[in-house]
Design a protein around this ligand. Structure first.
Ligand code: GLU
Length: 415
């Protein structure tokens, strides 16, 4: 499997865009590197009385459009380059959605599956103790990401509030609803992705009712996506997988059974009464829609030639390498690129910030309606750019987003 450094991948995507846009070399140079980054050592008292020191990062990539925004990942294989790439993609994501925000990302090298609740809480608080002066409601606003939950956000918000001596709900998003969270944040990433899939299906003349769907990755985004495919489109989810493997039923999976089984055993693998498949097999299934909802580097030059789906919806960040991108484009696969497809999460996070600032709670209907409008507009701005410039959907998303960030930098006198 050809793995690629995610930050080199992000820089390569930007370089291609710079060429299309004939970008000013100074602006290009600014956008190739993070504006600022913080590396921290995080001491945590473990349950057995020993102290362990975890490594963490917070990267603020670019704040021309507003305070930086982006999630915090707790992952054993976290690297600074992954966080840099994710912070860059947050910059393009916020710009593409027309949010008054820049891009950032955080990460801690740890395996939350091996931590007790107490250890997880102490790690979450200790991370904030190390970075609190670097973040804030009008500076840099973290949120959930891989293996961080609304509970983790609650601890972090509480710790930040204690540090500054007042309640600061707006310092972090993705919080539980009763302490400043927004209705609809929990499944916002998946729901936003569904709105883009709906628009892509219309553009391709595909009838969504009864389309077949395979989903790689069964965390928050993948699992919510499976249920929403059924609820919103009456689509048939034939396969899902997690890091250990996948399950398949050509007539459609009974999603409740798969979920119950995963809740009991931590994996979908060995769910009764379904066929067992590998992750590789899932990616190559003959389905209408393939949803990549796991991690980076899922679709590479090795397996891209075998992708048969008509639409590839990237709910994960960075699942497709640039080499794979070119192959998918040549093979006519309609890719909904990550920072468009998964932008629902940060969009509802932004709604959460607006609600926190105005001390007012929106109804779920209001959140869905505003999310729908934002995602639909963003999808069509990308589709239009891809047609105008004759470029693929990812390149088009870059063109729209980078152009907005560069315009902000120009107006601010940075270039
Ligand atoms: N972690 C999510 C993302 O990658 C959400 C970020 C946020 O809500 O700020 O878009």
């Amino acid at each position: 499997m050809t793995e690629q450094n995610p930050f080199e991948m992000a820089q390569k995507q930007l370089d291609d865009c710079a060429e299309t846009l004939h970008l000013d070399p100074g602006a290009h140079e600014i956008l190739r590197q993070p504006m600022r980054e913080l590396h921290v050592s995080i001491p945590v008292r473990m349950d057995d009385g020993t102290t362990r020191v975890f490594q963490g990062f917070r990267v603020q990539y670019n704040d021309a459009l507003g305070p930086t925004k982006g999630g915090i990942r707790f992952h054993p294989e976290e690297t600074i380059d992954t966080v840099r790439a994710l912070a860059a993609w947050m910059t393009w994501k916020c710009a593409l959605l027309g949010l008054p925000l820049g891009g950032g990302k955080g990460g801690v090298i740890c395996n939350p599956k091996e931590l007790s609740d107490g250890e997880l809480e102490r790690l979450s608080r200790a991370y904030i103790d190390q970075i609190w002066q670097f973040i804030g409601p009008d500076k840099d606003i973290p949120a959930p990401d891989v293996y961080t939950t609304s509970q983790v956000m609650a601890w972090m918000m509480d710790e930040y509030s204690k540090r500054v001596g007042k309640n600061q709900f707006g310092c972090i998003t993705g919080k539980p609803i009763c302490i400043g969270g927004s209705c609809g944040r929990e499944d916002a990433t998946a729901r936003g992705g569904m709105y883009t899939i709906r628009e892509a299906a219309k553009a391709l003349g595909l009838d969504l009712k009864n389309v077949t769907v395979a989903i790689q990755g069964y965390g928050n985004a993948g699992c919510n996506a499976a249920f929403l495919c059924k609820e919103l489109f009456d689509a048939k989810v034939v396969a899902v997988s997690d890091s250990k493997g996948g399950v398949y039923n050509k007539d459609g999976l009974a999603l409740e059974n798969v979920c119950d089984y995963k809740a009991k055993t931590t994996s979908v693998v060995n769910t009764p009464d379904v066929e067992q498949i590998t992750n590789e097999e899932l990616l190559e299934l003959d389905v209408d829609v393939l949803i990549a909802a796991a991690l980076e580097n899922a679709i590479t030059r090795d397996n891209a030639p075998n992708v048969k789906a008509k639409i590839l919806a990237e709910l994960a960040n960075g699942p497709t390498t640039p080499e794979a991108d070119a192959i998918l484009y040549d093979n006519g696969v309609h890719v909904i690129p990550d920072f468009l497809c998964n932008a629902g999460g940060v969009t509802v996070s932004y709604f959460e910030m607006v609600q926190n600032i105005s001390m007012y709670c929106w109804s779920i209907e209001e959140v869905y309606e505003r999310l729908n409008t934002k995602m639909t507009d963003a999808y069509h701005s990308v589709l239009d750019a891809s047609r105008i410039y004759g470029i693929n959907m990812r390149q088009a998303a870059y063109v729209v987003a980078v152009d907005r960030v560069v315009e902000a930098m120009r107006l601010r006198g940075w270039v």
